[in-house]
Design a protein around this ligand. Structure first.
Ligand code: MG
Ligand code: ZN
Length: 226
């Protein structure tokens, strides 16, 4: 009797006891995200939010993109506790709002709406919003952005796309980051891209390395065309 069997179970919708609360919460968020979008549209600003796991390289990617764009861009940096990432981005000389969620695991439209009221929107063309490092619930909370970018890096292993389909389905652009480490990690960039396209063929997939600079011009152009 050395063999083990694996039992699985999946919660049925009526077993999730907080579903009603969640429903009204998501509705409230959706309304606030539409308000954010209307405010952005009135100012001719395109907001793009970046989602991805902890350590996928969101901050470094945004820093490099800001470096290329230089003007007309502001960054909202969501982080649970520290301001280290906001400080790193602010060194590029662009307006940065640090949104501390105090251990909250995602940004929501309310927090983004508050951040929008903290900066001068005049003269801005783009706002990059860095979400909390998390591949689950940020997908449920639209923020009012025009497009969502998911950053996945080869250091997260080969299954990240398959494990988190919901997150990727909401993305217009998927950045496969840290490609300079792909060989060492024995992770195929091409297979990650295929996994994305199996979910949704029209998602734009752009491999990048913030170390070598590969792909960054392509990401910049894609964001400007959103
Ligand atoms: Mg970060
Ligand atoms: Zn969350």
């Amino acid at each position: 009797m050395n063999s083990f069997t694996i039992e699985t179970l999946e919660a049925a919708p009526d077993e999730i006891y907080d579903i009603e609360l969640e429903h009204s919460l998501l509705e409230a968020n959706a309304k606030l995200s539409r308000d954010n979008r209307a405010l952005l549209d009135r100012h001719g600003i395109v907001a793009i939010d970046f989602m991805g796991a902890i350590g996928s390289g969101k901050t470094t990617l945004i820093t490099r993109l800001v470096e290329k764009l230089k003007t007309g861009v502001a960054v909202f940096n969501g982080d649970a506790t520290t301001g280290a990432d906001a400080d790193a981005i602010a060194k590029q000389g662009v307006p940065v709002v640090q949104i501390a969620t105090v251990n909250g695991c995602h940004l929501d439209a309310n927090l983004v709406g508050k951040a929008l009221r903290k900066i001068d929107l005049g003269g801005l063309k783009l706002i990059f919003i860095e979400n909390i490092g998390n591949l689950i619930c940020p997908a449920e909370f639209p923020l009012g952005s025009k497009a969502r970018v998911v950053v996945v890096s080869v250091t997260e292993g080969p299954w990240m796309v398959r494990k988190h389909p919901h997150m990727f389905l909401g993305a217009a652009i998927v950045v496969i980051n840290k490609t300079d480490l792909a060989e060492a990690m024995e992770v195929s960039v091409e297979e990650l891209a295929n996994d994305v396209h199996k979910l949704k063929p029209d998602i734009r997939v752009i491999p990048t390395s913030c170390k070598t600079g590969a792909g960054l011009d392509e990401v910049t152009a894609a964001l400007l065309a959103v």
